[in-house]
Design a protein around this ligand. Structure first.
Ligand SMILES: Cc1ncc(COP(=O)(O)O)c(C=O)c1O
Length: 283
């Protein structure tokens, strides 16, 4: 088993991979990315991820020289070569290489990076005991639907969370609306209803979010895509966040406020099980 890098057709180790200092991803954060979870050698929801990648490319006015089929094939080949069964496939496409200038030439050729890495160990206590998150003012830009590699706001928020001994930071707008976390979507469960922010420019349209909603609905849970505010968040019976690597993570504390009875509730467990069943059935 070996963690591998694909860079514009070259394949090798992380240590040996090189990219120009003129890469626009390096200079401007001018690029997009995806993270795909691989379970037992099978990538999950590839079609959804590649569709979102194409949407991100269109949103930043980048025309991709590769079809979704080609991208899937490059990633699959790299995965097979790596021999890793529980993996994360990372796909990053930067606008390309050119002398540093904000303006970009229409003919610039994107740089394609794909990596295959082992999934990091996640402490089981995260699911059995739940985690703390912190609130942060929504200081991100208005294009959060783009899976952009310009991640400074998320980096700062996540770092503040880590310093506070928390697993995530959740963004709250000036009017109190809760959007999402630094690298995950957030859900609350109250009054027999599951709520998560609707899909628009304020959040990333999470793939896990999509399948969690599907799993919840097939369990007969009333699930709605509606905004909620920080007061609703603190008063919720249950809170959890979702993402491709950690899946479904129960939240038991927001800042210094205990959620529900301070332990992961029955609904988040049920939904995580439903999500696992759904992804095992192959999407
Ligand atoms: C800001 C943000 N929201 C939500 C998500 C969750 O998306 P997904 O479930 O597709 O991994 C991510 C994942 O990186 C993210 O960065």
């Amino acid at each position: 088993m070996q963690e591998l890098v694909y860079l514009n057709g070259w394949i090798g180790s992380f240590e040996d991979s090189l990219i120009s200092v003129n890469d626009r991803g390096y200079n401007f954060g001018d690029g997009i990315y995806e993270v795909i979870r691989v379970y037992n050698g099978v990538p999950f929801a590839v079609a959804d991820h590649l569709e979102r990648l194409e949407n991100s490319a269109a949103a930043i006015e980048m025309s991709l020289p590769w079809s979704k089929t080609q991208l899937a094939m490059f990633a699959e080949d790299l995965l097979v070569q790596s021999g890793i069964r529980e993996a994360m496939i990372y796909i990053q496409i930067s606008r390309g290489t050119a002398h540093r200038d904000h303006h970009f030439a229409p003919q610039i050729k994107p740089n394609l990076l794909i990596t295959v890495r082992q999934v990091p160990d996640i402490a089981p206590a995260m699911y059995t005991d739940g985690v703390k998150i912190i609130t942060q003012p929504e200081f991100r830009w208005q294009l959060c639907h783009i899976k952009s590699i310009s991640l400074l706001s998320s980096v700062l928020a996540k770092n503040r969370a880590a310093k506070a001994g928390a697993a995530e930071a959740v963004f709250v707008m000036d009017d109190g609306t809760v959007t999402e976390c630094s690298a995950s979507n957030i859900f609350i469960y109250s009054n027999n209803t599951l709520l998560t922010h609707p899909v628009n420019n304020r959040i990333l349209n999470g793939i896990t979010r999509k399948y969690v909603l599907q799993a919840a609905r097939s369990l007969g849970i009333n699930a709605r895509e509606e905004t909620f505010n920080v007061t609703d968040l603190l008063a919720a019976n249950e809170v959890f966040f979702t993402g491709s690597v950690a899946e479904v993570v129960p939240v038991i504390k927001v800042d210094d406020h205990i959620i529900g009875s301070g332990v992961p509730g029955p609904v988040v467990r049920q939904i995580h099980t439903g999500f696992t069943t759904l992804r095992n059935s192959g999407v």
